[in-house]
Design a protein around this ligand. Structure first.
Ligand SMILES: CC(=O)N[C@@H](CC(=O)O)C(=O)NC[C@H](CC1(C(=O)N[C@@H](Cc2ccc(O)cc2)C(=O)O)CCCC1)C(=O)O
Ligand SMILES: [Zn+2]
Length: 587
């Protein structure tokens, strides 16, 4: 490592210690005030307590006690009060660096106002220029990753101290506490491994198709896929290179983005259509206030953090979404995802505040996606007039399954490794000296992805992702990608849209639209909020209390078989060179 690099690294480390010193200084300050940090909103009024005790059985009372205990942050002396302030200033500073990140244009270095949404993401989605993509990928990380490396390591220390107050060994255990299951961490690791063969087949096929576009010297035959050519800044979804991947290009197109524009769709109409779908199931429509209070598209001339968000104002009446919606099919899926959150808010708004949460965080992330699995079928798009005609045959099925896999299967290793990486940092198994080495080991081993340019311990690529800069937990999305297929299968059975023994009713052609039976089952599950253990909620809806990837596997089985045959036919070996081989090559 060059001398300058070493110097900068030392500087960075010493800066971190300076920050540590600052904490010590603050902590030696007087203890004049005591910061009472209890959360009043969590305490129940007397009549609310009586009401809820009548409503919820013994189990509920016990669980409420756990959450009541957790929701308090302890009486703190000035030392810890300052630590809390420092933690919140670090997290808001990192979040600000991310949301204000801008880069210059590759072709016009005087144009330097490109934001992530929509400009930079548009380039990652549409450019097929290898060098432009490499520049954008690297520059984004220089701007929002590298500068927060030290703050992130400070935050790790503070998160662990805060967790210790709540009686946890590390913040990783505090994060996992949300899943109320000793086996959860092993369960998700097992499921990630169980689904790896399916991912490997999709990876091998995608690597071949990309090699045909970018050439053998850029995309190797047995190696990983470079991170910047997948159509997505984080390689977490490959939907934007579906045009490269489509197996049977001469079949009728199933992309309705253009039709949406031609039919005069607006962001508001997209939300109205999604609201109609929930209503068709007998579920709640959003209240009138939603339309006045929400922000459904980016206002012109105003700088806005565009990352989509759904909000529950906890008054049983005010629910909002902020989303920079554009009229295309991808955003239509996101509309359903965000309205899924609002539907859950609506379904548990009668519960005491403590229980107004998803059965576990993965449940909350799955609801909207479940509806999207129906909405995105060619059959449904035809029903609502977005697809004039569509083919019903094996080749059309493969086209549709591959398109869904670019969103749902490609995501799996990414959805898993984000928190696996952070749990191991919080547990001290990954230290600041090897943040980058460990990150790219996981990205290589789980995702078969490599960086397009050399990375060093001055970089901090994980923070190029919103949820890492914003300290937002992520395993919920991996869990949601498993749960949504379990929910989908259960609801499709109720809607009589799926029959394992009927080749004309495979899981991937199911559309639960207008099924009151499906809606009733979903409503029953959501209205529990977190008043019961998620295993009870899952069993109520699906008959099993286990997180189980077999529904996802069944959904994609026709595609998995097709990919195996297609990869064999083209001599494309599934999988990529061992990590040690890759290290040697990149010495
Ligand atoms: C107050 C508050 O924070 N509210 C929460 C909701 C709640 O907790 O009540 C909230 O609004 N979170 C924002 C977040 C936004 C999105 C996201 O970040 N998605 C992930 C992962 C992913 C990937 C594929 C997929 O199909 C679905 C998700 C990513 O983009 O990487 C961006 C577009 C989609 C969802 C969200 O809605 O989950
Ligand atoms: Zn969500």
């Amino acid at each position: 490592m060059g001398k300058t690099r070493l110097l900068v690294l030392l500087l960075c480390l010493c800066f971190c210690t300076v920050l540590n010193e600052a904490i010590q200084q603050l902590s030696s300050g007087t203890t004049e005030g005591v910061a009472k940090a209890g959360n009043s909103s969590q305490n129940l009024t007397e009549e609310e307590a009586q009401l809820f005790l009548q409503k919820i059985d013994e189990e509920g009372a016990r669980r409420a006690n756990i959450y009541n205990h957790l929701s308090w942050s302890f009486q703190t002396n000035i030392t810890d009060y300052n630590r809390e302030k420092l933690l919140s200033s670090i997290t808001s500073n990192m979040g600000e660096t991310y949301s204000k990140g801008k880069i210059c244009d590759f072709f016009n270095s005087s144009k330097c106002d490109l934001s992530l949404e929509p400009e930079i993401e548009h380039i990652m989605k549409t450019s097929r220029n290898y060098d432009e993509l490499k520049y954008v990928w690297k520059t984004w990380r220089d701007k929002v990753g590298r500068p927060v490396r030290c703050q992130f390591s400070e935050m790790v220390e503070l998160l662990n101290e805060a967790a210790a107050y709540n009686g946890f060994e590390t913040a990783a255990d505090y994060w996992l506490f949300d899943y109320e299951s000793k086996s959860f961490e092993n369960d998700v690791e097992r499921i990630a491994k169980q689904l790896h063969p399916l991912y490997e087949q999709l990876h091998a096929y995608t690597r071949r198709k990309l090699r045909e576009i970018y050439g053998e010297d850029k995309i190797s035959k047995t190696g990983p896929i470079p991170a910047h050519v997948t159509g997505n800044m984080w390689a977490q979804s490959w939907i934007n290179i579906y045009d490269i991947l489509v197996p049977y290009p001469n079949k009728t197109s199933i992309d309705v983005s253009e039709t949406m524009v031609n039919q005069g769709y607006t962001p508001k109409i997209m939300f109205k259509k999604a609201d109609d779908f929930f209503a068709s199931l007998g579920l709640e429509r959003v209240p009138d206030s939603f339309w006045n209070n929400s922000l459904l598209e980016k206002p012109s001339g105003r700088d806005l953090v565009c990352h989509a968000n759904a909000w529950d104002f906890s008054d049983g009446k005010d629910f909002r979404i902020k989303q920079c919606t554009r009229v295309n099919q991808n955003d239509f899926s996101t509309v359903h995802h965000e309205l899924g959150h609002v539907q859950y808010y609506l379904q548990y708004k009668h519960l005491p505040h403590i229980f107004r949460r998803g059965a576990n965080p993965g449940f909350h992330e799955a609801i909207g996606d479940v509806l999207d699995l129906s909405v995105s079928t060619p059959k449904h798009l035809h029903k609502v007039g977005l697809l004039e005609t569509y083919d019903i045959d094996d080749e059309a099925d493969i086209n549709f399954l591959l398109k869904t896999a670019t969103r749902k299967v490609a995501f799996l290793p990414y959805g898993y490794l984000i928190d696996k990486y952070r749990w191991n940092i919080l547990r001290g198994l990954i230290t600041p000296q090897n943040y980058t080495k460990a990150w790219w080991k996981y990205r290589y081993e789980y995702q078969g992805i490599e960086p397009p340019v050399e990375r060093t311990e001055l970089d901090f690529d994980p923070a190029a992702k919103k949820h890492v800069s914003g300290n937002i937990r992520y395993i919920r999305y991996f869990a949601a990608h498993i749960l949504q297929f379990q929910f989908h299968k259960a609801l499709c059975l109720l809607a009589k849209e799926y029959d394992a023994n009927d080749p004309n009713k495979p899981l991937h052609r199911c559309d639960i639209y207008q099924s009151k039976e499906a809606g009733k089952a979903l409503k029953e599950m959501m209205s529990l909020g977190r008043s019961k253990h998620w295993k009870e909620a899952l069993k109520l809806l699906t008959g099993t209390d286990q997180l189980d990837a077999s529904a996802l596997r069944e959904y994609f089985l026709p595609l998995e078989n097709w990919l195996k045959a297609n990869n064999e036919e083209h001599g494309e070996i599934a999988g990529w060179d061992g990590y040690e081989t890759w290290l040697q090559k990149n010495k």
